[in-house]
Each structure stands twice: as C-alpha cells, then as structure tokens.
Design a protein around this ligand. Structure first.
Ligand code: GLN
Length: 390
C-alpha cells in the first residue's frame, strides 16, 4: 500500500472537538468548545423555517444569495467602515472556517510564508499546511497578550505573503488596538503582504474595548481580506454561514476556491442570516450584557479556585495559567491536567498546548469558554468550589 497524504498526516485531530466528545461521554459541563449552550434568537430561527417552507432549498448563488451579500455590505459599511461592492467583493462561505481556507488557497503559492500570532485558534495550523504556506510565529505574551514590535518587524521578509489576525482573539480574548493594527499595516505595506483578519467576535467587546477592522485603515483595503460569520454573533454555530470581504481581484480567486470546495453555504440559512443582520441594536447589547456578566463570574471563580488570569477585553474565552493547580495535583502538563479536570470535576476545558506551534509554551495553560447559560456556569462553580476550596 502506498503512503497516505503527508499533508493530512501532519495535523492532529481537533483538540477542541475531542474535548467536547470526552465531555459528552462523561456528562460534564462543556467549557471547552466555544459555542453557546443557549438558543438562537426566535425571529432568526423563524426566518430559517420560513425559508425552507418557501422552497428555498436548492443550490444558492455559488458566491452567496444577493439579499445576503447586500445585507453584509450594509453591515460592513455601518459597523466596520468598509465599503464593499456586494456584486464583486463579498463571498458567502460555509462558516468563517471555509472563508479562511478559501482565502489562503486564493493567496498562497509554494514557498510563501504566513505570519500567525501565537497562541492561535487551532484551525490556522492545518489551514497553513493545506494551503502550502510556511507559518512563522509571533508570540503574544500574558497577562495582556501584547507582542514585541521588534519581533514582529523581524518576522516579515520577502517571502511573507500574509499575516493572519484574529481580533477579538481566540483563545486569549485580546482586542488588537488601533495602534497595533497600524503597526501591522505599515509592515504589510512595506513588504507587499496581505492582511487576513478573522473578526468573528467583533461584537463581543467589554468595557472600553474598540473593534477596528484592518481593511478600514488607510492604504489597507486593497491588501486585506475580512472574514466573519453569523455563528457567534447570533448563536447559530451549526448553520455554517460565513463570508469573506476582499477587493475584486482577490474575491475572484476566493470565489473559485469556494465554488470547488463547497459550492455554497446552505440556502435557507443564508436567507435567515439576512434577518439576523437586521436585528436591532438592543439585541447586541443584550448579548454582550450576558457575556460581560459571565466573564466577571468566571474570572472571579477561576482566581478563587487557584488559576491565574486577567479579564479578557473581548471574545468569550479565558486562557488561564494553571501552574498552581498543576503542582497541587502533581500533573505534568496541560493535557494531563485537562483530562484530570474533566474526570474529577466534570468540567471540560481545552489544553493550552493546542493553541501553540511549540506545545511547551502552553503546557501551563488551559482555555475556558464562557458563552454559556447561568445554569451551566453555576454548575461549574458548584463543582469546582466543593472540590478546590475545601
Ligand atoms: N471557535 C470555537 C472554539 O474555538 C469552535 C471551534 C470548532 O469546534 N470549530 O472553540
């Protein structure tokens, strides 16, 4: 028998989804996978059902139903300060996941490098491998997950094709400041590189945090791809509707990759996404109010039971330092700790090493997702308090 693909052999199973499986088998509380355990807005669900009843069940326009591309263009202009033509600069995809893959396929040639901030969302590793890019890493340093400007500047070179930025960030909750994005923008312009931004948590911001889209910065539109989805904002992670916004020449390439990868995102959910994007401002305020309260609750709980962490300014994750509890349990690393944590306390988390190219950098860290109902968060607190503070 001949060898299987080296590419796919290179990547491991998704640790986030593995932890979910173990959690389900153990009947635990899932703070591992970043999906809400509460339902999506009633009017958005009703719109999907209505679309199915109306017979909108065949292939969509490959690169996205016109009504949805128009709604995305309106939103991008109003919220992101990006003026994109729906006919030629927006592609609807199967979630932000496919948008990222199609974008890298559209940009990357053999020998190209892409820059990732580390820790990074685990999909970006396989995305790089599948597209053939060589990843280069710039470290985000706890507790505020800042980066060293010198390290960033030294990572750019002639082979740098693109830099991937996820703001607000998974797994750290960092929100890249305007000044940081301007610095990255300047380097992209100096080296002729593209910026690919995953802005899926753009509405989930706390305190004074401000979301800035790279494509809105001077000189960046024609070298930026802005990726987003309805998954997190409208709590419909299973619907798989996302998009990529990019200038015409890049969009042409993205659309070709998208067409052959998936043909299109589910038609009825694209129509429901139009309803979602039209929800009033009060909807976003309500969502963020819950996440802000959940953030306070979880961070206080983690500090109380022996983790070290800061309050994230955005997204719905806490990447906590577990060193003190690891010594208490005498476990060697984050993977052993996460398995022990699930078994003993019935709470699933993601081992920190899954967010690093060099696993040792995450060996004292675990990620908690707090996009959960109070019932779940209170259950987690009861389990941890009874075992860890007695
Ligand atoms: N983005 C979510 C997370 O990081 C879900 C990942 C997934 O399972 N696709 O947990």
């Amino acid at each position: 028998m001949k060898a299987l693909s080296f590419r796919t052999e290179l990547f491991t199973e998704s640790v986030i989804r593995e932890m979910t499986r173990l959690c389900d088998a153990a009947g635990g509380y899932n703070l591992a996978q970043g999906f809400p355990d509460f339902d999506s807005p009633a009017e958005v669900k009703a719109a999907a059902i209505a679309a199915i009843r109306q017979g909108l069940n065949q292939y969509p326009v490959t690169f996205g139903e016109p009504e949805l591309r128009a709604a995305i263009a309106r939103k991008a202009e109003a919220y992101n300060g990006i003026a994109a033509a729906p006919e030629s600069e927006i592609t609807v995809t199967c979630g932000a996941t496919e948008a990222m893959m199609a974008t890298l396929l559209a940009l990357i040639n053999p020998d190209d490098e892409i820059i990732l901030f580390e820790p990074f969302y685990e999909n970006y590793g396989p995305d790089s491998i599948l597209s053939g890019a060589t990843p280069r890493y710039v470290t985000l340093q706890p507790p505020d997950w800042s980066f060293d400007s010198g390290e960033l500047a030294a990572t750019f070179n002639d082979r740098t094709k693109a830099i991937l930025i996820n703001t607000p960030n998974n797994p750290t909750g960092k929100v890249f400041s305007r000044a940081e994005l301007e610095q990255i923008a300047e380097l992209c312009q100096r080296w002729g590189a593209y910026a690919v931004t995953d802005e899926i948590y753009e509405h989930i911001l706390y305190d004074e945090a401000e979301h800035v889209s790279m494509a809105s910065l001077p000189g960046m539109w024609h070298r930026s791809v802005t990726i987003n989805s309805i998954s997190k904002t409208y709590s419909v992670t299973g619907w798989r509707v996302g998009w990529a916004i990019a200038p015409d020449p890049i969009t042409r390439q993205i659309r070709k990759a998208h067409d052959f990868l998936t043909v299109g995102a589910p038609t009825p959910f694209q129509h429901a996404a139009v309803t979602a994007l039209g929800l009033p401002r009060s909807y976003y305020a309500g969502l963020v109010a819950h996440y802000a309260a959940a953030r306070e609750f979880l961070v206080d709980l983690l500090l109380e039971v022996g983790f070290d962490c800061a309050r994230p300014p955005g997204a719905y994750y806490v990447l906590a330092d577990s060193s003190r509890l690891m010594s208490k349990f005498a476990v060697a690393d984050d993977v052993a700790f996460s398995h022990r944590f699930l078994k003993q306390f019935g709470v699933a988390v993601v081992p920190g090493s899954s967010f690093y190219s060099r696993p040792e950098m995450g060996r004292n860290q675990v990620r908690f997702a707090f996009c959960k109902r109070w019932e779940t968060l209170h259950g987690v607190a009861a389990n941890l308090r009874s075992a860890l503070t007695s």
